[in-house]
Design a protein around this ligand. Structure first.
Ligand SMILES: O=C(O)CCC(=O)C(=O)O
Length: 247
């Protein structure tokens, strides 16, 4: 993670990384999504939901992990799903924002080090032009100390901003940032985006939702992202000096 990326993430609460995915990866992911939408029974059971099948390439994408390990530490994955939004389809309303004492929504920066907890990664599989209806963010709201005035907790708030990006780009944001879905307006193609959620290994916000059959079919490296929630392995690797890793 570059110093500029750290600066932007801390300042705004989100970071866009253009063209993380290769063309072939985007095509395979879109194909899996289309089959799940139209003919899920044609897929093996562990590929009918994300992050199973091809979607598992996104669990530990090296570019994303490089950043998550810097801003979270060791991570677990909480959930993975996709959205397929045609023109006029809407998203969730604004949520999040403001300092939070719940460890899941903790966001801190101390001595030049970011400590984010619940963190979302969005992969846009189609191009997003400004105004099309990508996710909306209220920059800085993850650190804001004042209650949010009601007139700003709506998608019309001028404090919300968005992005444009080529296909295969990723947007990483702390879930403590005020963010929102928006109506998709592009009539030429849908918004197809994958939403992956991560947390610090010692925290869990969502009730676990990734089916066991998906986890069982992952490589041992990827299975680690779905391990139980704990941080201290007494007597584990390195005589217990290694705080997070299992043997
Ligand atoms: O649909 C979107 O663009 C935003 C999704 C969202 O609000 C979330 O992931 O919490």
């Amino acid at each position: 993670m570059t110093e500029e990326q750290k600066f932007i993430f801390d300042l705004k609460g989100y970071l866009l990384i253009p063209e993380v995915l290769k063309k072939t990866e985007i095509e395979s992911l879109k194909e899996q999504i289309e089959t799940i939408r139209t003919n899920p029974e044609s897929l093996p059971i562990h590929e009918r939901k994300f992050p199973g099948g091809i979607a598992s390439i996104l669990i530990d994408h090296p570019t994303i992990m490089n950043i998550l390990n810097e801003i979270i530490g060791e991570v677990r994955m909480e959930s993975s799903w996709f959205t397929y939004r045609n023109a006029e389809d809407k998203g969730p309303t604004p949520h999040g924002g403001g300092r939070n004492t719940n460890p899941n929504f903790s966001y801190q920066c101390h001595n030049g080090k970011i400590y984010s907890a619940l963190t979302r990664v969005v992969f846009e599989l189609n191009e997003v032009k400004r105004g099309d209806g990508g996710t909306l963010f209220m920059p800085g709201s993850h650190k804001s100390d004042f209650p949010m005035p009601e007139e700003h907790r709506c998608i019309e708030s001028p404090l919300l901003e968005t992005y444009d990006c080529p296909p295969g780009s990723a947007i990483i944001f702390t879930e403590n940032l005020c963010h929102s879905g928006d109506k998709w307006t592009n009539t030429d193609y849908p918004r197809i985006a994958v939403f992956n959620c991560y947390n610090f290994v010692g925290c869990q916000f969502h009730k676990p939702s990734v089916p066991q059959v998906i986890i069982e079919h992952l490589s041992s490296e990827k299975k680690k992202f779905f391990r139980d929630v704990w941080t201290w392995n007494q007597g584990g690797a390195n005589n217990g000096r290694n705080l997070y890793y299992d043997d």
